[in-house]
Design a protein around this ligand. Structure first.
Ligand SMILES: [Zn+2]
Length: 59
């Protein structure tokens, strides 16, 4: 009899946001100079779309 194992999908923490799902984005002002300010805003991590898990190539 074969034992059926439950294979849990591996969740790998996103390396871009360290598994937080969001990143601190530096606010820039000025269209041309793009001067960075001291302000930072939380932004959705575009790598994992806020899930905190690294995207897999499974599907
Ligand atoms: Zn991420």
């Amino acid at each position: 009899m074969a034992t059926r194992k439950n294979t849990k999908p591996k969740s790998v923490p996103c390396s871009d946001c360290d598994g937080k799902g969001e990143i601190a984005e530096t606010v820039r002002v000025g269209a041309r100079k793009g001067r960075a300010t001291d302000n930072q805003q939380a932004a959705l991590c575009l790598t994992c779309w806020g899930t905190g898990n690294a995207p897999t190539d499974g599907e």
